[in-house]
Design a protein around this ligand. Sequence first.
Ligand code: ATP
Length: 322
Amino acid sequence: MSAGLLDETRRTERTEAPPLLIEGLSAGFGARMVLSGVSLALAAGSATVLLGPNGAGKTTLLRAVCGRLAARAGAVRICGIPAEDPAARRLIGLAPQEIALYRPLTIRENLETFGRLAGVPWRGLSARVNEVMARAGIDARAGERIDRLSGGWQRRVNVAAALVGAPRLLVLDEPTVGIDAHAREDLAGLVQRLAADGLAILLVTHDFAFAERVANRAAILKAGRIVLEGPLGDLLAERFRGRRVAEVTFAAAPDATRAAALAGLGLAPGEEPTAFSGLIADDPHAVAALIAALEALGAAPRTLALKAAGLDALYAHAVRED
Ligand SMILES: Nc1ncnc2c1ncn2[C@@H]1O[C@H](COP(=O)(O)OP(=O)(O)OP(=O)(O)O)[C@@H](O)[C@H]1O
């Protein structure tokens, strides 16, 4: 086979290989293993949210994906290329949690710099930067310095910087930290467009509402293992068919005894001390029975709302289960 044909064959293999394939990955630091037997595949055009409690190993997994942590067992491949190969690194766009931009430089200057770092040749750089700015909706302010931009704009540029090298896999680490609702909507739209363009997206976030807007798959990591993974709609249907989430608030925070009694009714504490929620059957009798049980406890609810189980319920369910 000629060298040219071999190159062509390799290229074909690479384009057909999934943007991210993790198989049986175990990795850690020194004697401490953090990830055990993690497998995950991301197809082109899909967006996967990776969730997990603090310390579950999300950042460690991202490090392995970016080739910055060697596998003890298993493998990570980017479009078929081992993650530790520099060629794989060039196929990944990473938008880190901390805004990683040159503050005194303009948007355009930042993107040109990131383009050079990502190996974009000089000749195509300007056109590539223009294309990315248009895609990210930031071209109108191309000449403005980063330190003059709002948090929301800085986030958009942070994502755009990850796109200049024309990656196949985009990794977004907590992209909604520090931005307002409007900027969050803009960002959600951008991520959806990027997935529609064929990028594979790996999103790490604690922002369930954002994740629900943009992700079509979810993976939940707990103590270094994937405990749940699949299409979001299927995961929700499998676990919550015929049930809804009842969100209850009380006039005052229940004491420990009453909280224990509420737990007995399947109601777990929410973020506010007066808020509790739990799953109930999706029928009017179940609601009436819950209200009667609460009244019997002397804990008549101030409000009771029913909603479809979403990613937050799925996460709570998966993390609680052993
Ligand atoms: N450089 C390191 N050396 C030793 N242990 C580490 C190192 N980095 C992380 N760990 C440990 O690995 C475990 C997983 O950490 P990791 O940061 O991957 O979790 P995480 O899911 O990203 O958590 P968080 O949501 O808090 O960011 C933790 O117990 C952490 O202490």
